[in-house]
Ligand binder design. Structure first.
Ligand code: COA
Ligand code: ZN
Length: 302
């Protein structure tokens, strides 16, 4: 039976857009609970200037903590060389770069054109020595952009191909929740045709309610690695109208119900959700599976 990898991005994508701040000690408790539920990959924060996103000021301490959890791949986002150097110094196992296919979003988000950002990623990849971290290039706004509107698929394919030449893995991200399942199938198929297995991850936002449908469409196209955020927190502060990611609890529930193994224990995942709520009590959390509970006689994937 098939198996997938879910990367929990709540501590980064979720908290960067939250109205309230989660204290460092609460972040650690939440990440501990996520690991205890079986999450094997957790994006724990980003190395961006604290003046831009104060919630990410403690990322180095969070990475150090997460590294003590056995079996957890510790992921951090970096927007430039300085962020990369900070992530390497902190000991992140994997570093993700957001490379926007929309010029307007790229300039708003990282103050660089897509081409300049690509050059930045290349430089970081070249600096990485043996035993250095994995590098992922995530094509942001791959399915459309609130600033620019339509994003040409040719541009997404071109960027993904360029990233595949310097990164270990490439992901496609629907930063603002514009994607639909037909588009997801088409674009993942096109990009896979171009870069093969270097295409790994799918990063969906649930802004228009299509997060799960898009994840299923990507799975049917052979995608086996998904980002998701607990409680549906999330969104890019520099992309107008962005809101939360596909919800981890619902995504795990869907796949486990289908017989696709995630390695995640749903009851323990709901317990981790309680730890999130305890650490960030004012922030609204979303998700159907946790609210409704598991069906009577529910059997997780064997
Ligand atoms: N971490 C900490 N400080 C950083 C930094 C980083 N990654 N990158 C730059 N800085 C510092 C510089 O050292 C400089 O400091 P100084 O004024 O004391 O000399 C200052 O910030 C300005 O540097 P500059 O290179 O001009 O950056 P900028 O202000 O144009 O910002 C980015 C560029 C990429 C750092 C910023 O746009 C960014 O962090 N974007 C990411 C936003 C994000 O997280 N979006 C959501 C996730 S996709
Ligand atoms: Zn996102």
């Amino acid at each position: 039976m098939s198996e997938i990898l879910i990367c929990e991005v709540g501590p980064r994508d979720g908290l960067q857009n939250a109205k309230h701040r989660m204290p460092t000690a609460a972040k650690k408790r939440w990440i501990d609970a996520l690991a205890a539920a079986g999450l094997r990959e957790i994006e724990v924060g980003s190395f961006v200037p604290p003046r831009l996103i104060p919630a990410m000021a403690d990322t180095a301490e969070i990475v150090a903590h997460a590294r003590t959890l056995p079996g957890v791949k510790v992921v951090a986002l970096a927007p430039n060389l300085k962020g990369f150097e900070r992530a390497v110094a902190a000991g992140a196992h994997k570093i993700t770069f957001p490379v926007s296919a929309s010029r307007l979003h790229s300039e708003a988000n990282v103050h660089m054109t897509p081409e300049q950002m690509l050059a930045e990623v290349r430089q970081c990849a070249a600096l990485r020595g043996a035993g250095g971290p994995e590098i992922e290039g995530a094509v942001s706004t791959a399915f459309g952009c609130t600033l620019q509107g339509e994003v040409p698929e040719d541009e997404v394919v071109r960027l993904a191909a360029a990233l595949a030449r310097c990164c270990d893995a490439v992901a496609l991200a629907d930063t603002v929740g514009y994607a639909n399942p037909a588009q997801v199938k088409r674009l993942f198929r096109r990009v896979r045709g171009e870069i093969g297995d270097k295409l790994e991850g799918a990063h969906f936002h649930n802004t228009r309610g299509l997060g799960l449908a898009n994840a299923l469409a990507a799975w049917e196209e052979g995608v086996r690695a998904f980002d998701a955020s607990m409680g549906g927190l999330g969104g890019c502060p520099f992309a107008p109208g962005a809101s939360g990611n596909v919800i981890t609890e619902d995504l795990v529930y869907m796949f486990e119900a289908m017989g696709v193994r995630t390695g995640i224990d749903l009851e323990k995942l709901f317990a981790a959700r309680a730890v999130l709520v305890e650490g960030l009590p004012e922030e609204p959390v979303y998700g159907h599976a946790a609210l409704a509970g598991l069906p009577k006689g529910f059997r997780a994937a064997a």
